[in-house]
Design a binder for this molecule. Structure first.
Ligand code: COI
Length: 360
């Protein structure tokens, strides 16, 4: 289907950032946004592009109270031809619908989602930064403006896409990766099986903030989440998926329902298999990781996510003890994954999987 969204251009364009080193992550929003309503009986309707600005929500809006919310995250990159590259946006469209199903939000046609993403990115494409580690971050989200105190799914929603010129998610990874310090979280949990961990919904992030603060107090950048039942198995790293290279083999926690199925996670598994690595998706005991760290077989560990791409782990901290990984040096596999993914995303390397890059 051909979508032709009306565009109302801003009359007061903002100054674009000139210093790519101070972009941060969520400071420089572009001039426009995509907005579309959902009403029961009518479906998603009236998609349009309007000047970026505040939205009006009644204080009694159900999403504000009960958190019926979802979001997605993907990036656009300027390629050497001068057009823009999206990375596997179909995966975001599919995940949006998986999240929606879990959160009782109506589904959206994948083609509509993709058309909306492409349309808004095209309008504000001049905001795409080009320095190493930078990109145009795309944040689609759904909120309900319905006024109600009943704990029931709403019948009205807003789908909005905002864009932001961003640098590296973890400061220090702008032009060269570094190994981060990660605190193993023993008490708080991110998600439980049967909960919303596999959905990209706001509550998962809100409940994790306290542990991130704790990690910062311990001089760490993020936390390693453990399972909710036994606090024995590895789940995620901060807002990202976790990978370990033990004795030549790559292991990552299997998707049990409490783990977010990351687009970068899936891409890393596929790339590693293509490169000939053995990759296991399975339960990983924390004890196995520490044993490998102590006997020298824990060769690398890294986090994967849209925001951070690949973020190597230099040290795990548990009960005030440091477990350094690869002498805190960024490993070859982490670096190769970052170079390949970022190379494909920015169009500096060919798309080695054939259909991962969508040029607009
Ligand atoms: C992403 O990696 O895109 C995320 O959604 C994580 C967010 C905390 C920036």
């Amino acid at each position: 289907m051909d979508y032709n969204f009306p565009v109302t251009r801003t009359t007061t364009p903002k100054e674009k950032p000139t210093d790519c080193k101070t972009l941060g992550f969520g400071k420089y929003f572009t001039d426009h946004m995509f907005i579309m309503e959902y009403d029961e009986g009518q479906g998603w309707h009236d998609g349009r592009i309007v000047p970026y600005g505040p939205i009006s929500l009644d204080p009694g809006s159900t999403s504000l109270h009960y958190g019926q919310l979802m979001f997605e995250g993907l990036k656009a990159y300027r390629n050497p031809k001068g057009t823009l590259n999206l990375f596997r946006p179909d995966m975001n469209a599919k995940r949006l619908n998986n999240t929606n199903e879990r959160m009782c939000i109506p589904p959206m046609d994948e083609e509509l989602f993709l058309a909306a993403v492409k349309a808004i990115v095209k309008v504000d494409e001049d905001w795409t930064p080009t320095d190493p580690g930078t990109s145009l971050y795309i944040r689609p989200f759904i909120v309900s403006p319905e006024v109600s105190f009943s704990v029931l799914p709403a019948k009205k929603y807003l789908f909005i896409i905002i864009l932001c010129a961003v640098g590296a998610y973890y400061a220090g990874n702008e032009s060269k990766l570094h190994g981060s310090r990660i605190l193993v979280e023993e008490n708080y949990i991110r998600a439980a099986v049967g909960g919303t961990g596999a959905a990209k919904t706001a509550g998962n992030y809100a409940s994790g903030m306290i542990a991130s603060y704790k990690a910062h107090d311990h001089g760490c950048e993020e936390v390693l989440w453990l399972d909710s039942k036994e606090h024995r198995y590895v789940e995620e790293v901060g807002t990202s998926n976790a990978f370990f290279k033990i004795n030549g083999k790559i292991v990552t926690p299997e998707l049990t329902g409490s783990i977010l199925p990351g687009v970068t996670r899936d891409s890393v598994i596929k790339l590693l298999k293509k490169w000939g690595y053995e990759v296991e998706e399975r339960r990983i005991e924390l004890a196995e990781v520490f044993e490998a760290a102590e006997n020298g077989t824990l060769e690398e560990a890294w986090a994967t996510g849209t925001a951070c791409v690949i973020s190597p782990i230099g040290v795990l901290v548990y009960k005030d003890k440091d477990y350094p990984i690869n002498n805190e040096v960024v490993g070859d596999v982490s670096q190769r994954l970052y170079d390949s993914l970022y190379g494909m995303q920015t169009g500096k390397l060919p798309d080695e999987m054939g259909d991962w890059i969508v040029e607009i």
